[in-house]
Design a protein around this ligand. Structure first.
Ligand code: ADP
Ligand code: 5GP
Length: 176
């Protein structure tokens, strides 16, 4: 599981990690938030609240949560975790990560930190997030980071992207 504040680079990191390591299976989450301008239409299954809630009721999520006013959830993978020689990668926030830890204590939680709050803000703005979202995500980060430091198995600062991906590869190899 890769977690960390908005704009720290989680999406960028996991996509490069999975591109380099075909034995990793990147879970595609569902969300009720709007797609951002320029965002890959396949980044999530974009859906509405009623459909999401029906999926929850049907037990279709490994974990789900509400984050900044929207639902996010990871569908239960359609293969038995651990039996296909593939490791599942979840890019999720901390509440969901803790739910997964309860169901799968062997799951490894990596919390990614920005080099600084200023750099996090620069990345959020560079990605095109509007002011209101940037402020909400920076505020949320102040709350999330101390919890992340406490509950994570590993902390990684995402300064240089390729170094970060290398660090994650080393953590995965060590955990295997
Ligand atoms: P998150 O998924 O954590 O919200 P993103 O993956 O969308 O973050 O990254 C936010 C922005 O930061 C993107 O524009 C991305 O290209 C950029 N970014 C990611 N990692 C780095 C890095 N190591 N150095 C500089 N920019 C980065
Ligand atoms: P964003 O809106 O920036 O794509 O995501 C907001 C937050 O939700 C990020 O911290 C991201 O990791 C998290 N997230 C994305 N998908 C899921 C999911 O399926 N479950 C949970 N719990 N969090 C998710």
């Amino acid at each position: 599981m890769v977690s960390g504040p908005g704009g720290v680079g989680k999406g960028t990191i996991v996509s490069e990690l999975c591109r380099r390591n075909p034995a990793l299976w990147l879970s595609r989450s569902w969300t009720t938030r709007e797609r951002r301008d320029g965002e890959d239409p396949d980044a999530y299954v974009f859906t509405d609240s009623a459909t999401f809630e029906a999926q929850v009721a049907a037990g279709q999520f490994l974990e789900w949560t509400e984050f900044l006013g929207n639902y996010y959830g990871s569908p239960v993978p359609d293969f038995d975790i651990g039996t296909h020689g593939r490791d599942v990668v979840l890019e999720i926030e901390l509440d969901g990560a803790q739910q997964v830890k309860q169901r799968h204590p062997e799951a490894v939680l990596i919390f990614v930190l920005p080099p600084s709050r200023e750099e996090q803000e620069r990345r959020l703005r560079g990605r095109g997030d509007p002011d209101s979202k940037v402020l909400a995500r920076l505020k949320k980060a102040e709350f999330e980071e101390p919890i992340g430091r406490e509950v994570a198995d590993h902390l990684v600062v995402n300064d240089d992207l390729m170094d970060t991906v290398g660090e994650l590869e080393a953590i995965i190899a060590g955990s295997r």
